[in-house]
Design a protein around this ligand. Structure first.
Ligand code: GCU
Length: 339
């Protein structure tokens, strides 16, 4: 598996063993038991409880609990307490967790067709992205990972990502030689190369210290995560490159879902789909608060002419489509929705 390091594998195995043992202790049942009519759906999340993703999912949990007369409830573990997104995805594959929010970049390591959703500048706006997410055209992609033990149940926006460093970035040349942390996927690394910098894959929790210690020159993210993780303290110039609108995906353990009755499963899927619009609304409110906080903390927002970045990244679009008719078709459908 791409970007998976040996010592981390060991750490994650221990975490997995411990968590599985705990799950069995508390639920008192084997993961192989048939038909699940009630229970706690354990969910991993890597950010704060104030984040729009958490809020949207929490509300979905309340709805599901109510709709099933309290038979099911959601238990969301925030702030990366169960490990980073790669680790929590493995917990799902091993049946120790039922759901998680994991970025599209991580899922791309399981099926490279997901790269289409992480192509720089593929979405023109939040409205365009929302239209695509609720359209149903992503269903075949979202079901494609069932053979890996999980499936995508909803896509949440995470706004657009922007580069931040100790200096402004106005053109691709400003990134020359700069080591910029990216999420762990081949598309993210290639994207940063086309943007002019050196993409350094790393998990979110390590970024602050890596910039502080000079291992990295900067990062790239949306305003909410930039502020929540206080990255402005080590990289106070936030340049609006708006280079990618890569979604976060709500994933569920396929075996668990199959054990639910058809009606419960349908209900859960519907409620999660409804939460997509809710999350966009929450996002649009929260992003303004994050921008204000950043300004109060002395962040300099730099306006950027995105055209040169866009042009440089077009080659990556060609590369993503070249080996997959499926991606080519999806790409066309997504772009058509921009008009
Ligand atoms: C965003 C995204 C997360 C991701 C993070 C990152 O905040 O919503 O899913 O983990 O970026 O840069 O790793």
């Amino acid at each position: 598996m791409l970007f998976f390091r040996r010592e981390e594998m060991k750490k994650r195995k221990l975490l997995l063993l411990g968590f599985t043992a705990l799950t069995l202790l508390f639920t008192g049942c084997s993961p192989k038991e048939e038909q699940i009519n009630s229970g706690t759906i354990r969910i991993a999340y890597n950010q704060a409880t104030t984040h729009p993703h958490y809020q949207a999912l929490y509300k979905a949990g309340e709805k599901f609990e109510k709709a099933t007369d309290g038979r099911f409830k959601f238990l969301i573990y925030p702030n990366e307490v169960l490990g980073d997104q790669r680790a929590t995805l493995e917990l799902i594959q091993n049946g120790a967790l039922q759901m998680a929010i994991v970025n599209n970049a991580i899922i791309e390591n399981y099926n490279k067709d997901f790269s289409v959703l992480g192509l720089p500048y593929i979405f023109d706006s939040q409205e365009h992205q929302e239209k695509v997410f609720v359209s149903g055209i992503l269903e075949p992609l979202f079901e494609s990972t069932k053979k890996e033990g999980f499936e995508v149940m909803a896509a949440y926006t995470a706004g657009s990502r922007n580069v931040y460093m100790e200096k402004p970035v106005e053109k691709p040349q400003d990134l020359d030689g700069a080591k910029i942390r990216v999420m762990e996927s081949p598309t993210m690394v290639a994207m940063m190369k086309y943007m002019g910098g050196i993409g350094t894959p790393m998990s979110q929790g390590e970024v602050y210290t890596a910039i502080q210690q000079g291992v990295l020159d900067g990062g790239e993210n949306n305003e909410i995560t930039y502020v929540d993780l206080k990255h402005y303290e080590v990289a106070p110039y936030f340049s609006r490159t708006q280079h990618v609108m890569i979604p976060d995906l709500v994933i569920g353990e396929s075996a668990y879902l199959e054990k639910m009755s058809e009606s419960d499963q349908k209900l859960l899927r519907e409620i999660l789909k409804e939460s997509v619009t809710e999350e966009f609304d929450l996002w649009n409110k929260q992003i303004e608060i994050a921008k204000k906080t950043a300004e109060e903390q002395g962040v300099t927002f730099v306006d950027v002419n995105i055209k040169p970045f866009q042009n440089n990244c077009l080659q990556l679009h060609e590369e993503a489509m070249k080996d997959s008719p499926f991606v080519k078709k999806l790409y066309k459908e997504i772009r058509e929705m921009a008009e």
